[in-house]
Design a protein around this ligand. Structure first.
Ligand SMILES: NC(=O)c1ccc[n+]([C@@H]2O[C@H](COP(=O)([O-])OP(=O)(O)OC[C@H]3O[C@@H](n4cnc5c(N)ncnc54)[C@H](O)[C@@H]3O)[C@@H](O)[C@H]2O)c1
Length: 434
């Protein structure tokens, strides 16, 4: 099958490489010519484990290529995936669909022969039908269908999520489009992945409802962790005991500094806006967003308390800046809310992150000092703040940590270490809900 991927970001690039691995002939297009040039030169634009090798392999085997020209790929395509960004629209929280409609307008005049145009971007209910309208306005003769195929990958585990997902959701209007998508995903039938087909609107809503539900689990456990702090319960025991109930499940029940990333914050907001537009209630999701903001603010209070009630003049060694490990993505990372506030309150920040520093420098205050070595980050600092649970922070040499710090204060916002062990090692250790 001939596939064109519109957008070479996290989703476009990873899904393009995975579809090529399934055997499709994939061309990835991006409006950003610099990105295309770099990809053509064999450079990876993002950090995602395994991606570089997968891209190289499929480029070498002739199934994956990158282009700046729609004329060369669109007319031959059986399937065209829209994988462009849908960020929050400034001012109102809606998903900004500018890039989606631009992408669709660009391809409409070039369609040739039967083509399925598939929304892989996360788009509000009704977008697929609007995409259809836009194409028909530009090219009334075009032989095409629209489909929705929302993406559920997690950054940091994107390739396995794409190659071995829990399910593939496809929203279609007719059998012809369904067959084209089922053909693309055929290798997945070998590993018995359920391919769930439904109508366009339901597929679009499945994506938002799933993200909102996962965000709800996170905000829920964060709120319960606050109660644990007050009553002396252990959030890990509570989460484990809850998760053993198969109706609840153990995943996404780990407390932290609040959810971030390129999806949950914007998708929860967009779902609230969609509900409001249709006069439907969205009280749970609105509260989830509020609880998440409060959780980030609570982390500042926690850090202040760990520092003896005053953070002004203190130097903090911050480990981890990205919203989660194994990605360089800084979008909506809790560090972006927490660190500027600490600096405003008079803190000095030394920071380390295995992959996120390049992005972080553009988004965080200039006063932050960045270090390549974890332990040098801690030299003469008054406390460590573990912000993101990268593997390299999970087995620190605590003797060296103590030597480097002015005061042995360790604030673990990811609950990596055991409170008892840390106290025995001589740290004043604080974490969340334990
Ligand atoms: N990142 C994730 O973890 C993730 C997971 C699931 C779903 N999604 C959804 O997938 C979509 C893409 O997300 P992303 O993280 O890959 O975004 P991204 O910002 O990393 O990449 C988007 C790319 O689209 C390109 N682009 C913009 N307009 C274009 C056009 N008209 N034609 C071609 N390319 C164009 C941009 O230059 C950019 O390279 C979003 O809707 C997002 O919500 C993201």
């Amino acid at each position: 099958m001939k596939v064109t991927m519109l957008g070479c970001g996290y989703v476009g690039l990873v899904s393009g490489a995975c579809f090529a691995e399934f055997g499709a002939n994939v061309t990835c297009f991006d409006v950003d010519k610099k990105k295309v040039d770099r990809l053509q030169d064999g450079e990876m634009l993002i950090y995602e484990p395994g991606l570089s090798d997968l891209v190289k392999k499929n480029v070498n085997q002739g199934r994956l290529s990158f282009t700046e020209s729609l004329n060369t790929c669109i007319p031959d395509s059986d399937l065209i995936f829209v994988a462009v960004g849908t960020p929050t629209r400034r001012g109102d929280g809606h998903a900004d669909l500018t890039y989606v409609y631009q992408a669709v307008q660009n391809i409409a005049p070039l369609l040739n022969g039967y083509t399925v145009i598939v929304d892989k971007s996360t788009v509000p209910v009704g977008t697929a039908r609007n995409v259809k309208r836009v194409i028909l306005e530009t090219n009334p003769e075009a032989d095409f269908d629209v489909a929705s195929n929302p993406e559920f990958l997690r950054e940091g585990a994107a390739i396995s999520d794409l190659m071995r997902p829990d399910r593939v959701v496809i929203g279609i209007e007719n059998k012809r489009a369904e067959e084209a998508l089922r053909e693309l995903y055929r290798p997945m039938s070998l590993i018995e992945t359920p391919i769930f087909s439904t109508d366009l609107e339901s597929a679009e809503l499945i994506k938002y409802a799933s993200n909102a539900f996962l965000a709800t689990k996170i905000s829920f456990i964060n709120e319960i962790s606050m109660l644990c702090d007050e009553v002396g319960a252990d959030i890990h025991a509570v989460a484990k005991g809850m998760g053993m109930d198969s109706r609840i499940g153990e995943k996404f029940l780990r407390p932290g500094p609040g959810f971030g990333g390129s999806c949950f914050p914007k998708d929860t907001q967009a779902l609230v806006r969609t509900a409001q537009e249709h006069g439907a209630s969205s009280r749970i999701i609105e509260t989830v967003i509020e609880v998440n903001e409060a959780q980030k603010a609570r982390m500042i209070k926690k850090i202040r308390e760990a520092l003896g009630g005053k953070e002004s003049g203190k130097t903090l060694a911050v480990l981890g800046l990205t919203f989660k490990p194994e990605t360089d993505d800084m979008r909506e990372a809790p560090s972006l809310a927490i660190l500027p506030k600490l600096i405003e309150n008079g803190c000095y920040i030394n920071a380390h992150d295995p992959k996120g520093v390049g992005e972080a420098k553009a988004l965080l205050p200039n006063s932050i000092k960045y270090f390549d070595d974890i332990y040098i980050t801690m030299e003469n600092a008054d406390a460590v703040v573990l912000m993101t649970e990268w593997d390299v922070y999970c087995n620190l040499d605590m003797e060296v940590v103590k030597q480097k710090l002015n005061t042995p204060i360790f604030i673990d916002l990811r609950n990596i270490y055991e409170p008892e062990t840390m106290n025995l090692l001589g740290f004043e250790y604080s974490c969340i809900g334990r």
